[in-house]
Design a protein around this ligand. Structure first.
Ligand SMILES: NC(=O)c1ccc[n+]([C@@H]2O[C@H](COP(=O)([O-])OP(=O)(O)OC[C@H]3O[C@@H](n4cnc5c(N)ncnc54)[C@H](OP(=O)(O)O)[C@@H]3O)[C@@H](O)[C@H]2O)c1
Length: 347
C-alpha cells in the first residue's frame, strides 16, 4: 500500500455547532494524518465530493442515523465521492481505477474497498454524484419503490431544487406524474421551470396549503417529504384517498403545530405515512440505473449541481446547502484551485 499519511489534508469538525451551522465549526488539518479505516484495503485520492444535508443531524449531536455514525469534534465527516485508486489489496480493484463510494473529507484515505464501486474511466463525475449517485438513488427509491408513484398521479416535492429534490422531480416527470415542486428562492424556481421542466412550482415561503390547493385542487397521491415540519403536516392534509407520504428527510424547521391531529384521518382517507432509508434497499442502484437508461434517450437527465472548488471550501460549501444559494447538489471539486462556487446547474 502507498503511505496515505504523506502530505494529506482533511476537514474535521472543530466544535459542536450552534443552532446555525458556520464554516468555523470545521477546520482544515494538514498534518501527517493517517486516514485509514480498520480493515481498509484500498487507498483513494479523492477528486470530487457530493454533499449531503442529512449529515447536519449527526454533527456534534451524538446521534447516529441509518446513513452513518455520530460525528464528534475531531472527527472527519464523509460523503459520497469520486476518486482514483492509488493502492489496492483487492483483486477486483486496480491502481488507477476510478471509483465511487463514501469517503472521508480528505485528499487521500484508505477505506474498505467493499464499499466502493468501479466506474468506467470516462465516467462523468457530476452525473455520478447527481442522478446516478446517492441522491438519485434516494429519489428513485423513495418515489418509485416506496411511494409506488404511477403515471397520471400527482406528487408534491419540496426542497425540489436541492440534491435529492432535483433528481426526484426529473424521475417523477419521466414516470408520467403531475409534479408540483417548491423551493426557497426565485433562482431555484427558475431552475425547476426552465432547466428541469416542471410547470407547477411555488415558493415555500408562501402559505403551503393555499399554494397546493391552487396547483392540486383534487389533492395529492404522493408527498415526498424531504423537510419534515409544517411541510409534512400540510402534505398529509393534502393527500387524497390511498395517498402516500414518504418520509425521507428533515431539512426544514420544527413544525408549528402537531403533524397529525387525529389518527382517524389515516383511516378515513386510507392514507399511509412511510419512513424510508435508502440503505435498506440493496437493489436501489441497479433499479435506478435501469430507470435512467430507459428514459435517457427520449428525455435526457440533467446533472443539477453547484460546484465549489478546493478542499478548504468544503465547510463553506456544506453550510451553503442550508441557504437557498446552492442549486442542485452541492459538489466540491478538489481538482482545481480554491475559488468561488460555479453558479447554477450544468445540463
Ligand atoms: N432517507 C434517506 O435514505 C435519505 C438519503 C439521502 C438524503 N436524505 C434526506 O433528504 C433531504 C435532502 O437532502 P439533500 O442532501 O439533497 O439536501 P438539499 O435538498 O440539497 O438541501 C436541503 C434543502 O432543504 C431546504 N430547506 C431548508 N430549510 C427549509 C425549511 N425550513 N423548509 C423547507 N425546506 C427547507 C433548502 O431548499 P429550499 O430553500 O429551496 O427550500 C435546502 O436547500 C435531507 O433531509 C436528507 O437528510 C434522506
Amino acid at each position: 500500500m502507498n503511505d496515505p499519511e504523506a502530505s494529506n489534508e482533511c476537514i474535521v469538525l472543530a466544535r459542536v455547532p450552534g443552532e446555525t451551522l458556520e464554516p468555523a465549526d470545521f477546520e482544515l488539518r494538514g498534518e501527517q494524518l493517517a486516514l485509514t479505516d480498520p480493515g481498509g484495503d484500498v487507498t483513494v485520492a479523492a477528486s470530487t465530493f457530493g454533499l449531503n444535508a442529512g449529515l447536519r443531524t449527526r454533527l456534534g449531536t451524538g446521534h447516529s442515523t441509518t446513513l452513518g455514525p455520530a460525528i464528534d469534534p475531531g472527527d472527519t465527516p464523509r460523503s459520497d465521492a469520486i476518486g482514483t485508486v492509488t493502492a489496492s489489496d483487492r483483486p477486483d480493484i486496480q491502481v488507477g481505477d476510478l471509483v465511487t463510494g463514501l469517503l472521508p473529507w480528505a485528499r487521500v484515505s484508505t477505506v474498505d474497498g467493499g464499499g466502493l464501486r468501479v466506474l468506467s474511466p470516462d465516467a462523468d463525475p457530476l452525473r455520478h454524484l447527481t442522478i446516478l449517485g446517492h441522491v438519485g438513488k434516494t429519489a428513485h427509491t423513495a418515489l418509485m419503490t416506496v411511494g409506488r408513484l404511477r403515471a397520471g398521479e400527482t406528487v408534491w416535492i419540496p426542497a425540489a431544487a436541492g440534491g435529492v429534490g432535483s433528481c426526484a422531480v426529473q424521475i417523477a416527470l419521466r414516470a408520467g406524474a403531475h409534479v408540483i415542486a417548491s423551493a426557497g428562492s426565485p433562482a431555484k424556481l427558475d431552475h425547476l421551470r426552465d432547466t428541469l421542466g416542471v410547470a407547477d412550482v411555488f415558493d415555500r415561503h408562501e402559505d403551503l396549503a393555499q399554494a397546493l390547493e391552487r396547483h392540486a385542487p383534487d389533492g395529492l397521491d404522493v408527498y415526498l417529504d424531504l423537510v419534515g415540519g409544517d411541510s409534512l403536516r400540510t402534505g398529509l392534509e393534502m393527500l387524497r384517498e390511498h395517498g402516500r407520504a414518504v418520509v425521507a428527510g428533515l431539512a426544514g424547521a420544527a413544525p408549528t403545530r402537531p403533524i397529525l391531529q387525529d389518527s382517524a384521518e389515516l383511516i378515513s382517507r386510507r392514507i399511509s405515512m412511510i419512513g424510508m432509508s435508502v440503505t435498506d434497499y440493496p437493489h436501489a442502484q441497479s433499479d435506478l440505473e435501469a430507470f435512467v437508461e430507459h428514459h435517457e434517450e427520449r428525455r435526457p437527465f440533467v446533472a443539477s449541481a453547484t460546484t465549489h472548488h478546493g478542499l478548504a471550501e468544503m465547510p463553506r460549501a456544506f453550510c451553503a446547502l442550508f441557504s437557498s444559494e446552492v442549486i442542485g447538489r452541492g459538489v466540491v471539486d478538489l481538482r482545481n484551485e480554491p475559488g468561488p462556487a460555479t453558479p447554477g446547474p450544468r445540463s
